[in-house]
Design a protein around this ligand. Structure first.
Ligand SMILES: [Zn+2]
Length: 404
């Protein structure tokens, strides 16, 4: 058995901000512990600068691993997200750092002179460099955990692209998993990581200022270190306590839900959520959920509300989701393992993309209701509309974090 490398950690305490600034100053690398061969788990905290709980939790876990002298099979790397915004306790400065991880934007950033960088360009450039270096050390791929908190209350949950790889890590967490939400938000880190063939999960644990959010993020990291094999269960004697903490916080929320719709907002909408809504609360079609410049915002359907917006910054007013029956998940996994996606281009209204082997075009006039469900089952993601057709791409790309 090869001797693991000596663990190295660089956990540095966040420093309080100078007088008059409200936030927290974290180093970019909050902590790093290297062990033997294995996956590299990358924890990002504070991708939104007013959500420091994940950064604190990552630092807590690094400190505890050091204190216990645990040897990892792999690596834990904890990065701060939007550092400058964290110092201001603001979600972002110029634009949302978690809406700019599209391939096109990353390519443009690579080509851009760093002297031209705005506040978030500079943050993203540094994060990209760390992710690419981590990838070079990770023949088994990265496991990216992007840790967030919400403005409204509610149980914790995971957001992911529905790949079998992501499922293995997400479903090890005894909290709700949201499918399809990432399709309505372009440029998240979790989608970017998944598209590069890594595990990419976004985790929301509760309200920004609730101490429980930091505790739950800690539990998420411990459970994920075990489910990815970076730690063995016997190395974490309080593993059951962490699982129970998550289970308790999850309450009666369903284990897996899928997105029904997203209500996007802009500053011009003057969107104001009505008080009292919290995550996974049932709402009825026609229910008066919020007010805006153009009048009352009514729920377009029955469902469970998710992430109601109770802060001034943000482009998502609320989401509606519904429970997914386990049988569909099992069926989907079976269909994908059986590689039955080849049947899709035989269906009416479906054709292959002329250039991309992993992409299909769907004519919505011919292929209607079943389209999204069937494509999801078989592991496809709806990427965009193009010339009146819907473009679906398989979620199993094995590309890498290409860069200069
Ligand atoms: Zn966030």
């Amino acid at each position: 058995m090869s001797r693991p490398l000596h663990p190295t950690a660089v956990a540095a305490a966040p420093t309080p901000c100078p007088e008059g600034t409200p936030g927290w100053v974290f180093p970019r690398v909050i902590g790093q512990i290297k062990g033997g061969a294995g996956p590299v788990v990358v924890v990002v905290g504070g991708m939104h600068g007013n959500e420091p709980a994940g950064a604190f939790a990552g630092q807590d876990v690094v400190t505890e691993i050091e204190r216990r002298g645990l040897t990892l099979a792999g690596e834990l790397l904890v990065l701060s997200g939007n550092r400058a915004a964290m110092a201001l306790d603001a979600r972002f400065q110029v634009s949302d750092l978690n809406r700019r991880w599209t391939r096109a934007r990353v390519t443009a950033l690579d080509a851009q002179d760093p002297a031209q960088d705005d506040a978030e360009d500079a943050e993203q450039r540094e994060l990209l460099a760390h992710l690419r270096h981590a990838e070079a050390r990770a023949p088994l791929g990265l496991v990216v955990l992007d840790l967030h908190t919400t403005s409204g209350a509610g149980p914790p949950f995971v957001i992911m692209s529905d790949t079998l790889r992501n499922r293995r890590v997400a479903f090890a967490l005894p909290i709700a998993t949201i499918l399809g939400l990432e399709e309505t938000i372009d440029g998240t880190l979790l989608t970017y990581a998944s598209e590069q063939g890594h595990v990419g999960l976004g985790v929301e644990t509760g309200q920004h200022r609730d101490a429980l959010s930091r505790h739950l993020h800690r539990s998420v990291i411990w459970v994920s270190l075990v489910s990815t094999g970076v730690l063995r269960a016997e190395q974490v004697p309080d593993l059951a306590t962490h699982q129970q903490a998550l289970r308790t916080a999850a309450g009666g929320a369903p284990r897996v839900v899928e997105l029904l719709c997203r209500h996007g907002v802009t500053p011009a909408d003057q969107f104001v959520m009505r008080p009292g809504y919290s995550g996974f609360q049932p709402v009825a079609e026609g229910e008066h959920l919020a007010d805006s410049a153009t009048g009352p915002v009514l729920s377009p359907t029955d469902g469970l509300i998710l992430m109601p917006l109770y802060q001034p910054q943000g482009s998502d007013g609320f989401f509606l989701v519904r429970r997914v029956r386990p049988v569909w998940l099992t069926l989907g996994a079976w269909l994908r393992r059986a590689r039955l996606h080849w049947v899709l281009p035989l269906l009416p209204g479906v054709s292959r993309h002329p250039d991309r082997a992993d992409t299909l075009l769907v004519d919505p006039r011919i292929a209607r209701l079943w389209v999204r469900q069937v494509f999801h089952l078989l592991g496809y993601r709806k990427a965009r509309e193009e010339d009146g057709r819907q473009v679906f791409t398989r979620r199993t790309a094995r590309a890498r974090l290409t860069g200069p």
